[in-house]
Design a protein around this ligand. Structure first.
Ligand code: PEP
Length: 251
């Protein structure tokens, strides 16, 4: 049985003190919900506060990015080892905002995913098409290429440390959500690609999330789909009540 994972992506929001406040409020609300793994991916400087506030709860902390080199002259970057030592368990890799604004490529996504996994982090690898790609009818090809390139050189055993988030770029932060059928269809395509790269059993075990304007109102329908194993949630993860509702919808 594959795991359902509900992960928040705070992007560039919240401060350390607001992080503590948020997690202290969220923890009791979600304490009884154990059918989904609950993750909050927070800005680097908020990580110590997040880890401390989440200590003893069922909330795990993730980072929003990770560098692929273990150390060195990479000003402004953060290594997997640094994250692990801070108590981080997950790292988002290849979010579309990083691909769009920070020059992230399929190659660097792959390097970051491998570095994360090698240090024991679970990599949440984001893939997804732009609106133009969808309208051109090449969604399946795009997510297949992104998935194959992201997973290059990752062993079948290490797939246990991978989550793939299907995030149609046109649905992120726009309020435009994919239909349940669109989300499920592409998550199933990704699973088929993974089955081709590894085998069906490995693909069946892989957690594939949907992300893109998932919120308290639409989460239950999206999460009920057969190939959607959780969500990567931006805006709605910044509100305790909304994020709680999404966690509950995953039960
Ligand atoms: C995201 O940041 O990954 C995301 C899906 O954002 P939103 O939920 O705000 O669309």
């Amino acid at each position: 049985m594959r795991k359902t994972v509900i992960a928040g992506n705070w992007k560039m929001n919240m401060t350390p003190s607001k992080t503590t406040e948020f997690i202290k409020a969220l923890a009791p609300e979600v304490a009884a919900y154990n059918k989904a793994d609950i993750v909050l991916c927070v800005p680097f400087v908020n990580i110590p506060a997040a880890v401390e506030a989440a200590n003893g709860t069922n909330i795990a902390i993730g980072a929003e990015n990770v560098h692929f080199e273990p150390k060195g002259a990479y000003t402004g970057e953060i290594s997997a080892e640094m994250l692990v030592e801070c108590g981080v368990k997950y790292a988002i890799v290849g979010h579309s905002e990083r691909r769009q604004y920070f020059g992230e490529t399929d190659e660097t996504v792959n390097l970051r995913a491998k570095a994360a996994i090698a240090s024991g982090l679970t990599a949440i690898i984001c893939v997804g098409e732009t609106l133009e790609m969808r309208e051109s009818g090449i969604t399946a090809e795009i997510v297949a290429i992104q998935t194959k390139k992201a997973l290059a050189g990752i062993s079948k055993e290490d797939l246990a440390k991978v989550i793939i988030a299907y995030e149609p770029v046109w649905a992120i932060g726009t309020g435009k959500v994919a239909t349940t059928e669109q989300a499920n269809e592409v998550c199933a395509i990704i699973r088929d690609v993974v089955a081709g790269l590894y085998d069906k059993a490995s693909a069946d075990e892989l957690t594939i999330q949907y992300g893109g304007s998932m919120n308290a109102a639409n989460a239950a329908d999206l999460l009920a789909m057969s190939d959607v194993d959780g969500g990567l949630i931006g805006g709605a993860s910044l509100k305790v009540a909304d994020f709680t509702t999404i966690v509950k919808a995953a039960q």
